[in-house]
Write a protein that binds this ligand. Structure first.
Ligand code: UD1
Length: 357
């Protein structure tokens, strides 16, 4: 049987590169496309090393409708996983037009091209941010979405709706082989790196997210980690999140793609929470990082960060049952992988600096 081809838009980035590895290891043909707007070629090079495969790569912007169309015309794409989007919450508040334009246009172009080239399965990378400050925890896929508190979060909600409506229209009006099926995966907090330490998160500038800030503090790039708020109504006063290992997260994509391609979907558009189902506080995460890596982190308590929710974690029953997927890596192993990756970055930077001398 011919292998199915999966397009990974934004496949050179943090999550996209891990997903590319898992797809290849599961036997799919993968086409990666990226414009390197928020990453360099480091992770894509890492993917090639890990898999030992030549992977078709197209450098392109998904806001360029013609380029997206050409891509679909060139490759017979059976499924697309769409990561090509901006993701910084704070920046989106400062530059809403940039965020709406980039995140919505790129996704619309994918759907448009998919509908002109014989239908497709579309997997959209959504976020737990759509739940906002949920009243009842853990959140299930039926928990109502709350109005987004940032343009970034709003683009996730709007893209979910665009996918839902597109799927509905194509399944009503078209023959099955021309229809679009869709899955939105709502990620909780992705952290960690591949066990090879060849791919991981490479934030530009000062990291906004917790784990890259921890690892950069540990390596000496940042002086001190600020823990935002220790007066929340939680056991130790710090916020609770559901930290999902990036390799586990990548495997959830493979399970979702297989569900679509093997015709196992129960609805034409489905949503799954992708998390561990376990709340971990910021303090617990910092302590686990120190313990597993045998080091002391310089940190202090600072005022709460605007826009943070006290607590959110996933009910993962639906993903466990329907995708046959479960988060497996322990938080300790994940934090060890994040540290190994930070050390790998330092080595790469040292090599670069010495070659420039
Ligand atoms: C944020 C985004 C989410 C996005 C996710 C990607 C919102 C409100 N948040 O989630 O949409 O999908 O990143 O990973 O849209 N913290 C510190 N010190 C730091 C950094 C963070 O104490 O230097 C704390 C935060 O207050 C929070 C926790 O660590 O309690 C996690 O923060 P972060 O990694 O930024 O993720 P979220 O804000 O949960």
């Amino acid at each position: 049987m011919a292998k199915n081809t999966v397009l990974v838009s934004g496949g050179a980035g943090y999550i996209g590169s891990h997903v590319t590895v898992e797809l290849i290891e599961a036997g799919y043909n993968v086409v990666v496309a990226d414009n390197f707007s928020n990453c360099d070629a480091t992770c894509f090079e890492g993917v090639k090393k890990i898999t030992g495969k030549k992977i078709p790569f197209v450098e392109m912007d998904f806001c360029d409708a013609e380029a997206v169309n050409d891509l679909f015309a060139k490759y017979k794409i059976d499924a697309v996983i769409h990561f090509a989007a901006f993701k910084a919450v704070g920046e989106s508040v400062e530059k809403p037009v940039l965020y709406y334009k980039n995140n919505l246009c790129s996704f619309l172009n994918v759907l448009d091209a998919a509908s002109h080239h014989g239908g497709c399965n579309v997997l959209f990378s959504s976020s737990a941010t759509v739940y906002g400050e949920a009243e009842n925890l853990p959140v299930t896929e039926k928990t109502p979405r709350l109005p987004a508190t940032s343009p970034y979060g709003n683009t996730k909600q709007i893209c979910e709706d665009i996918l839902r409506d597109t799927v509905k229209a194509t399944n009503v009006n078209r023959s099955p082989e021309w229809a679009i099926k869709g899955i939105a995966l709502r990620y909780f907090n992705p952290i960690g790196a591949h066990p090879s330490a060849l791919i991981g998160e490479l934030p530009r500038g000062v990291p906004n997210n917790l784990v890259p800030f921890i690892t950069q503090t540990a390596i000496g790039k940042r002086e001190c980690l600020s823990i935002f708020g220790n007066d929340y109504p939680t056991a130790d006063g710090t916020c609770l999140r559901d930290y999902i290992d990036v390799v586990d997260l990548a495997k959830a994509h493979v399970a979702a793609v297989a569900r679509m391609l093997e015709g196992r979907m129960e609805e034409d558009y489905e949503i799954f929470n992708i998390g561990t189902g376990r709340p971990v506080s910021v303090y617990e995460l910092v302590s686990a990082f120190e313990k597993v890596n045998g080091l002391k982190l310089n940190y202090k308590y600072a005022p709460r960060r605007a826009g943070d929710v006290v607590a959110i974690w996933a009910d993962t029953a639906l993903a466990n049952e329907k995708l046959g997927w479960k988060a497996e890596r322990s938080v300790e192993d994940t934090l060890a992988s994040a540290w190994a990756w930070e050390k790998h970055i330092a080595e790469m930077e040292a090599v670069k600096a010495s070659s420039e001398e």
